[in-house]
Design a protein around this ligand. Structure first.
Ligand code: DON
Length: 309
């Protein structure tokens, strides 16, 4: 069963919007605190080029942790699977996304997975490039290719705001540098990571990225392979097991699609083989996922029987 009109989505958005009242906009990055709590939007993008949208679809927001999926794909393209997973694990965690606790208790000391901050910092450290500018440029090129939107860029106000306040991420980096998981200058890595998180997109951009992943990494409009199929499969699997942080299990049961959230309120989702989904709703629940966005995806999944299980 497929969605075939914007109106079907409008109805779902308006039903889900009331949940925004129970959420809270992230403000630990001061620039994110200015988002409108009641915003909610969704876009669907199919491999045949059809798109459907509803809600505040013109609002742009930063990728935040959604970037972790794409940074992982790029780091594996650059270094190979074996090298990346020598430094980061493949297991979900019940801890919050920025927790340092497991780093000390794991043997060998490596982050549990690439979707938590510790793992994502190791992954960003493995992106090839002569300078931060170079590495960020390569990451942006990947996003331009996936979205077919070359106007996408970093929101410097958000990246500067996070750079000033990212002391927990600095702590994770120094701990991992001591254990040989991170090389080079920590400030340079925080600079790259905060800019990668501050790339500004719309929910239609997210939906198009999801659609390319659903289509095994190939852009159906150009027939170009943007992410090799094996790597696309790997990142989609991480989205299922770890994409919604320590709510990934419940999300798999209630929604049943690969997805990844970020603290700006963005969620990327996909339904193989033909549909990408982008959601934006900055009011978050206690686990850091968009409160109304998750409800909206739950309604969408039930209405159109989207669960991959
Ligand atoms: O590392 C951070 O704090 C952010 N820039 C990204 C975190 C994030 O989106 C976690 N999401 N739920």
């Amino acid at each position: 069963m497929y969605c075939e009109t914007d109106d079907e989505l409008v109805e779902l958005v308006e039903r889900a919007r009331k949940y925004t009242e129970d959420g809270k906009v992230a403000d630990y990055i001061p620039a994110l605190g200015r988002a409108e709590k009641c915003d909610l939007s969704i876009a669907l993008y199919y491999t045949d080029g059809r798109c459907f949208k509803a809600g505040d679809v013109d609002k742009l927001f930063t990728l935040q942790s959604v970037s972790k999926v794409l940074a992982l794909a790029l780091a594996i393209m650059d270094n190979g699977e074996e090298e990346v997973f020598r430094k980061v694990g493949m297991e979900p965690t019940g801890d919050p996304f920025n927790s340092i606790a497991k780093l000390e208790s794991q043997v060998p000391a490596k982050p549990l997975n690439p979707m938590i901050n510790a793992g994502a910092l190791v992954v960003s450290n493995m992106i090839e490039g002569r300078s931060t500018h170079d590495k960020l440029g390569r990451f942006l090129t990947l996003i331009h290719d996936l979205t077919n939107n070359t106007s996408i860029d970093v929101d410097h106000e958000v990246s500067d705001s996070e750079f000033e306040t990212a002391h927990l991420n600095r702590a994770l980096c120094y701990y991992m540098k001591q254990h040989g998981l991170i090389t080079g200058d920590v400030e340079d890595l925080i600079d790259l990571y905060t800019r990668q998180c501050a790339i500004k997109v719309s929910c239609l951009d997210l939906a198009r990225i999801g659609m390319v992943l659903a289509n095994k990494g190939r852009d159906p409009e150009t027939n170009r392979m943007i992410i090799p199929e094996g790597i696309a499969t790997l990142v989609k699997t991480f989205m299922v097991t770890c994409g919604m942080y320590n709510a990934s299990g419940e999300f798999a049961i209630r929604v049943g699609i690969p997805a990844k959230s970020g603290v700006s309120g963005g969620i990327i989702g996909l339904v193989p083989p033909s549909m990408g989904i982008g959601v934006y709703g900055p009011a978050l629940n206690e686990k850091g996922n968009s409160i109304a966005g998750v409800k909206l995806l739950e309604m969408l999944s039930q209405r159109y029987e989207l669960s991959i299980f």
